[in-house]
Design a protein around this ligand. Structure first.
Ligand SMILES: Cc1ncc(COP(=O)(O)O)c(C=O)c1O
Ligand SMILES: N[C@@H](CCOP(=O)(O)O)C(=O)O
Length: 461
């Protein structure tokens, strides 16, 4: 298995190289040259298996000889051992044909832990072989950052710098990033929005001298390993609802398009997925794009689902690559146009995307109303991102079972949840003193070279 860039002119890499490299040198994202498929009987065999066993079956074909089978099984076991639910990703029935897939039982209470805990294990194994020291720089709208810090805190061979938009993450998210005391953790509060933070990460990767000097690595969904680990729970959920013998649909609260792209890969691998529904908040660029074929940037608006306050949706490039028949030059052209504000997708590519994805959006009022409704009618306290998901899913319910991804724990967003439900979701006991811990962060301007200088200074010490 080789990994190729969505812009078509970077070297092809092995899984290990793609994982440690981050952004491709032509500015594109790495994807597998072919997506391996699983047979119906391999999928049927997953019934009754542990999450870890399914994870091994799903991911093994992608990793080549990066790890032996035994080693990979051990890394998977370690990755999920700290999860607070034996099923790892349990399903909860909401209605006769609507289910929630709870993805918030990991250490930082969001779906990001599924990939980040495994990436942490895989990075450590690869780095201990090579003896290398790396600098991880990540952008976050709240959850990726806390999951990355949790996965890499205290590691000798890694410094981790996380840029988050100042004042635009919840207090719990911020404290998860600013309270770890390990000296290899650096939380940077950027005067900007998530798109500014993500653009800075990509600019750092495109600055080859800086990239070499600090040994830059990425753990955003730029990194194929992140997407891959998220493919697994589509299989566990679908199989427990009857796949491969019946089709299942998924609604996915979407921002950077990584999670839903993982669902798209599951479908490519042979999982019988009927609909993949993109659910956006009022930062609805993906919904508008799927409705009109025009990807047009507007300003990022703060919402009560802050982790999805994104307009430049990184992984959409991976979907475009397939939509354009894997023509890297066409994708590169569209990404150049995006710098000027947007692009029009060609008719054929647009048709492909419409065949693959459905979409909907939830306003702020609709999001709050969904939290209220699901609490009163079903006794389920939803985080605002999940509430966006269930609101959109309701418009797509039919005969096929619908699974909405519950992407974060309601306790991460206490203000919005309490305002809508009247109830405060408690943090788990291990985090009960989060508000008492002292914070450590650096406020920075949205200035690439100043941030690069700060990173160089910090790692020199
Ligand atoms: C809680 C939560 N829900 C949904 C999303 C959207 O996921 P994605 O960016 O993979 O589309 C994010 C952030 O990405 C998130 O943190
Ligand atoms: N919502 C995310 C945004 C970054 O997404 P990623 O999947 O590319 O890491 C966050 O919480 O940071």
């Amino acid at each position: 298995m080789r990994y190729i860039s969505t812009r078509g002119s970077a070297p092809t890499l092995t899984f290990e190289e793609a994982m440690l490299t981050g952004l491709a040198r032509d500015g594109g994202l790495y994807v597998p040259d072919t997506v391996p498929t699983l047979t119906a009987s391999q999928i049927a065999d997953m019934a009754g298996k542990s999450y870890e066993d399914v994870a091994f079956t799903v991911m093994r074909p992608f990793i080549g000889d990066t790890f032996t089978d035994e080693e990979f099984k051990r890394l998977i076991a370690q990755a999920y051992s700290g999860f607070g639910h034996a099923a790892r990703a349990p399903l909860v029935q909401l209605d006769s044909n609507h289910y929630l897939l709870e993805l918030f039982h990991g250490p930082t209470l969001a779906f990001k832990d599924f990939a980040m805990q495994l990436i942490g294990q895989m990075f450590q194994a690869a780095l201990s072989r090579s003896g290398e020291r790396i600098t991880i720089v990540g952008a976050t709208s709240g959850d990726t950052g806390s999951a990355a810090i949790e996965a890499f805190r205290g590691l000798e061979a890694v410094d981790v710098f996380i840029m988050y938009p100042h004042g635009r993450v919840s207090e719990v998210q911020r404290r998860q990033m600013t309270t770890p005391s390990e000296s290899n953790v650096h939380a940077l509060a950027v005067d900007g929005d998530f798109d500014d933070c993500q653009a800075a990460v990509k600019d750092m990767f495109n600055d080859f001298a800086f990239r070499e000097e600090v040994k830059l690595a990425g753990v955003n969904s730029i990194n194929w390993g992140r997407v891959l680990a998220q493919v697994v729970y589509y299989f566990t959920a679908a199989v427990s609802l009857g796949a491969p013998h019946r089709e299942i649909s998924f609604t996915v609260p979407t921002g950077n398009f990584g999670d839903i792209f993982a669902g798209y890969i599951a479908k490519q691998m042979g999982l019988p997925i009927a609909d993949l529904v993109v659910a956006t908040n009022r930062n609805d660029i993906l919904h508008r794009t799927l409705q009109t074929g025009a990807y047009t940037k507007e300003g990022v608006e703060p919402t009560i689902s802050p982790s999805m306050d994104i307009q430049v949706s990184s992984n959409f490039e991976r979907a475009l690559f397939d939509a354009y028949g894997r023509d890297g030059a066409a994708v590169g052209g569209q990404m150049d146009d995006l710098k000027q504000g947007g692009f029009q997708i060609s008719q054929g590519a647009y048709q492909y995307l419409q065949d693959q994805f459905k979409s909907g959006r939830a306003s702020e009022e609709e999001t709050s109303a969904a939290i209220t409704r699901y609490f009163r009618q079903h006794g389920e306290l939803l985080c605002p991102h999940t509430a966006v998901g269930v609101h959109v899913a309701e418009a797509h319910l039919g005969h096929t079972p619908m699974v909405t991804l519950a992407t974060a724990h309601p306790a991460k967003f206490p203000d919005a949840v309490k305002a809508a439900s009247g109830v405060a979701a408690p943090l788990p006991p291990r985090m009960a003193d989060l508000y008492d811990r002292s914070e450590r962060l650096t406020r920075v301007a949205n200035d690439l070279s100043a941030i690069q200088s700060l990173i160089k200074e910090r790692i020199a010490h």
